[in-house]
Design a protein around this ligand. Structure first.
Ligand code: SF4
Length: 476
């Protein structure tokens, strides 16, 4: 284990002096960002102090430029599967906390995990995030079986989940190695807050999660267990968001310096009221982040870490999600349920109900976006975005430092755009409503004309044609 505590609380708070950059300083930072090589901690601290509307718009415009240069119009879609809501912790903001006695606890059986997976597949999803509370009932051995059952599920069209990411409590190096052996994609764990003093208030003593340092070093143990594809994040709303952004930068720097590769993704959950918690009312949230500030910080991370994926969930309302996608978000969850067995409750009524309703929603937090996958995709098409279910890089071994080596010179566009189009075509053929299919095919036709290299254009057209004729799972 290397550097144990890479967060210097006093230094980070000390950098937030509320002095916005001068016009020339701001322009210098934004011009540097346009070179797509990222920003340093000092640059980011200055941007975080920008409050003036016109200057914030300059940051947003720069983020839009960077997003477009690197990611184009692609947007990756996934959905979570909550495998359990039992939890030994008592985090004050979470509906799964152990003091929430109104919540009926549930750990899905393997058959129920298969049922949930089938619901996702029948919507058209190809990427799943397995997630649960922290409990000995869903330890690493349980997760190994859960991953296997999720990968094994196949719907009537022969579709399977092609990439499983996991969001799990910190564990030992040995347990990380077990997950790695099951072909997981990204291992995700949020620090919740990087402020060690405030952390103690939100995570009561006597619970495993009270150990700030054990959580802070989880990605180091994941690396030692062989997992080099990791996702970090904080729960915005617990402390000053500006501190959290600087701390995220420091975490990314630590991973890059010590393991040769920064985080694959950064997630941006904002606290939402959760039933059965002290934060069940919006006015109880300690440091709410306004929509304006939320857009600003996503834009800042986009230009500071241009090659890192940015994820938002269905916590956010549709109008907000559509704006955030423009300024930096590259992955979104869609049509999510955040209680174990939730898809089966909402889905077709032919399968047995695995979970008795309790009068509470049983969800970890309140959802802001209730649209179906088809509705989300339809709106993405209207906005000119390419919905992507692509898992090509991960399955070709382009992960961790290899992914970054490819991404940094911009070469990833050569793979990502065609692969996104192939998975989009599959979705249109197999799962889309007739209206979505019609306009999606139109979009694909236009996109095919945007390849300047004739040979690439021909290969893309060839694969799209094969998918239309029934071939599946084609990727570069
Ligand atoms: S945030 Fe995670 S650890 Fe905390 S109570 Fe909720 S499920 Fe448990």
């Amino acid at each position: 284990m290397r550097n144990q505590n890479f967060i210097d609380r006093d230094k980070l708070y000390g950098m937030l002096d509320n002095n916005a950059p001068s016009e020339s300083q701001l322009n210098d930072i934004l011009n540097k960002a346009r070179k797509l090589k990222g920003l340093n901690l000092e640059d980011v601290a200055k941007l975080l102090c920008v409050e003036n509307e016109a200057d914030i718009q300059k940051i947003l415009d720069t983020a839009e430029y960077c997003k477009d240069e690197i990611y184009g119009r692609r947007l990756v879609l996934f959905a979570p599967i909550y495998t359990g809501n039992a939890c030994v912790n008592n985090c004050v903001y979470c509906g799964f906390r152990r003091d929430n006695k109104a919540l009926k606890r549930k750990i899905l059986t393997l058959d129920e995990i298969e049922t949930e997976t089938l619901h996702l597949l029948r919507m058209g999803h190809k990427r799943a995030l397995l997630i649960c509370g922290e409990s000995p009932r869903n330890d690493a051995n349980y997760m190994v079986e859960a991953i296997r059952r999720c990968y094994a599920a196949k719907d009537e069209k022969g579709s399977t989940i092609r990439r499983i990411n996991v969001e799990l409590a910190p564990m030992s190096v040995e347990d990380y190695a077990k997950l790695k052996a099951e072909r997981i994609g990204t291992y995700v764990c949020f620090q919740e807050t990087y402020d060690p003093i405030e952390y103690a208030k939100f995570h009561p003593a006597g619970t495993p999660k009270a150990d700030y340092l054990y959580r802070l070093t989880c990605m180091d143990r994941a690396q030692e267990g062989g997992i080099n594809d990791v996702g970090i994040g904080v729960l915005f709303g617990l402390v000053d968001y500006r501190f959290e952004i600087l701390a995220l930068m420091e975490h990314a720097r630590h991973l890059e310096e010590d393991y040769g590769c920064g985080p694959h993704t950064v997630s941006f959950p904002r606290i939402e009221p959760a039933e059965g918690t002290p934060f069940s009312l919006p006015e109880n949230i300690p440091h709410p982040v306004s929509d304006k500030d939320f857009m600003k910080i996503i834009a800042i991370i986009r230009i500071a870490m241009p090659y890192t994926g940015i994820i938002i969930s269905t916590r956010e309302r549709p109008e907000m999600r559509d704006k955030l996608v423009k300024y930096g978000v590259s992955q979104i969850s869609a049509a999510s349920e955040t209680n174990p067995g939730g898809y089966d409750e909402e889905g077709d009524n032919t399968a047995a109900k695995p979970y008795e309703k309790t009068g509470t929603t049983g969800a970890q937090f309140t959802l802001g976006d209730h649209r179906s996958l088809d509705e989300v995709i339809s709106m993405m098409i209207d906005g000119g975005y390419i919905p992507s279910f692509c898992t090509g890089c991960y399955r070709k071994g382009r992960v961790g430092a290899d992914f970054m080596d490819l991404a940094k010179p911009g070469l990833i566009k050569e793979f990502c755009k065609p692969n996104a189009m192939f998975t989009f075509r599959e979705y249109l053929e197999d799962y889309a409503s007739p209206e979505t299919k019609a306009k999606g095919l139109e979009l694909l036709k236009k996109l095919t004309q945007t390849f300047s290299k004739e040979e690439l254009k021909k290969r893309v057209e060839g694969n799209l044609c094969k998918i239309g004729e029934g071939e599946r799972d084609l990727y570069f």
